[in-house]
Design a binder for this molecule. Structure first.
Ligand code: DGP
Length: 116
């Protein structure tokens, strides 16, 4: 069942995570394998497997994910220098966990977006 993703279990409090924010639509927690000093994942509380599965009825939660990313970046003290938000989608996007999530990365210069 899609409700049984690892991130759904974190949202439900069934497995531990370093939660930095939660509200009625989204939960944010630190990535278990950070690639930057700040590496936070922001996920919808209700499972949407990938960005490609999002519909018009998900616009509120998609917007909330971005707003919360900006608020967390401000709280982490990385907004002034800047940061990156990223969503990996499906196979070619390198998505590993099929529960939509936004990566918030910052705290050091992140370099160009991708290798050519
Ligand atoms: P992606 O490739 O976009 O699907 O990234 C998945 C991220 O999820 C990856 O950076 C590692 C992170 N992750 C996987 N399992 C767990 C977990 O159990 N807890 C936490 N906090 N992060 C996890």
């Amino acid at each position: 069942m899609p409700e049984d993703t690892i991130f759904a279990r974190i949202v439900r409090g069934e497995i531990p995570a370093d939660i930095v924010y939660r509200d009625d639509l989204v939960t944010a927690f630190r990535d278990i394998h950070p690639i930057a000093p700040t590496h936070v994942l922001i996920v919808p509380n209700r499972v949407i497997p990938t960005l490609a599965d999002a519909t018009a009825s998900d616009e509120a939660v998609l917007g909330r994910m971005l707003r919360v990313a900006a608020d967390i970046a401000a709280g982490e003290g990385i907004a002034q220098d800047g940061y990156r938000v990223m969503i990996n989608c499906r196979d070619h996007g390198g998505q590993e966990v099929y529960h939509l999530h936004l990566h918030l990365l910052g705290g050091r210069p992140l370099g160009p977006m991708m290798r050519r």
